[in-house]
Ligand binder design. Sequence first.
Ligand code: ACO
Length: 464
Amino acid sequence: MGSWPADVGIIALEIIFPSQYVDQTELEQFDGVSAGKYTVGLGQQRMGFCNDREDINSLCLTVVQNLMQRYNISPKEIGRLEVGTETIIDKSKSVKTVLMQLFEPYGVTDIEGIDTTNACFGGTAALFNAISWVESSAWNGRYALVVAGDIAVYAKGPARPTGGTGAVAMLIGPNAPLVFDRGLRGCFFKHAYDFYKPDLTSEYPVVDGKLSVQCYLEALDSCYQLYCQKAEKLMQKSVTINSFDGILFHTPYCKLVQKSVGRLALNDFVKTSADKKKSQYPGFEAFENVKLQDSYFDRDVEKAFLNVSKECFDKKTKPSLLVATNVGNMYTSSLYGGLVSYIVSKNMSELENNRVALFSYGSGLASSFYSLTIKPSSALKTLKDNLNYVKPLLEKRIKIAPEKFEATLELRQHSAHKVPYDPVGDRSHFFPGTYYLSKVDDKHRRFYDKIPGSVHLTNGNSYS
Ligand code: ACO
């Protein structure tokens, strides 16, 4: 019997986001809410959004093409391709089959995998499937490609500023620079109606905002506790937030993530023995008997543990929020946009040998806390260098006024399932190499064109 392939993990990472955004300060004024509600209260600066020329297929086509170009990967090298998304435009045909258009011209049709859906967790489920495939008897030595992408739009109201859009592609294989820690996943799944999309004619979810936050925090508590138990057994030592160099979260909005770091510190406090609490947490006597399930919205507890964890947040989590604060919630790709942000915000020596924790959450609900180790190698340098485009590209986007943003969302809502349909949105600001929807015929078949030019390549690789 052969042994497991070594160091299975992420070999290449690519991200895309829309070329237009709305400014959250301007949106506060436009929506008539108090100044600071979106920018300070939610921690959001800008929100990326699409017009009617982009859909989940076009986003995924673009991000897969960009990754393969940038890393000079031949279609023949891909043995599994899997998409995680909750942006459903067809109840039967997967996005993965649409992506096959990038492979068929090269005679490549032998690629496993389809789509996976459960709110923002689909990308992580697809990633776990890809890891399992590489570690299984079905593996044929080729790479797996995981795509997480979504268009996150909400009806007008308090949830709207927590929208966003993006897609991340991840190349999975052995001898990777970002290696998944084996046997270390804490999972929590349960039935909840916190956020769901029962109206298949609309892009908008039904959302119970407060319940969704409570579910997120409950899932975080459970996953983290389980992860710690497993890690402590494996490593024979206690595991706390100090055990990680980076702590990354699914990011519906940045403020929730800051509170989540506080939540992990609260979990560490709760499991500390009574005598150690006295010495390690002076002045915290009032919280001695705090129960996790009673404290989701306890302001005193929240404030105390936000303070305790501030340094940890600044060092280990804030660097992962670059894309989230500038683009918004990208649903399935949110956590992996966090991984991209973490890598572009640090230099090589700061990244090497990092142990990074990741918390993935999808409403409904599905969640997992797991970890990876960043291994020093030339492949790590390549992966990092190939993300040099991210910061400049964020700045290359154009700002759209809130009035136009609102009109664009109305156009999307009204055209979502219209046939036949000829999109009308402006494509002049799309980045080179962007796929876009050119028409939908009377049989709901979608057709795509591409903006000429190569993607913002940093290494001059071409795709042939
Ligand atoms: N200056 C500074 N802060 C302010 C201001 C201001 N002028 N006004 C309000 N705030 C603060 C509030 O105090 C609040 O802070 P808190 O969270 O510490 O209490 C925060 O801004 C948000 O204000 P609320 O009044 O609580 O916001 P509201 O209830 O209107 O909406 C919510 C927030 C529920 C998150 C909403 O945007 C939503 O439903 N979003 C979608 C659901 C979501 O993202 N859930 C998270 C997990 S599930 C998922 O990923 C989809």
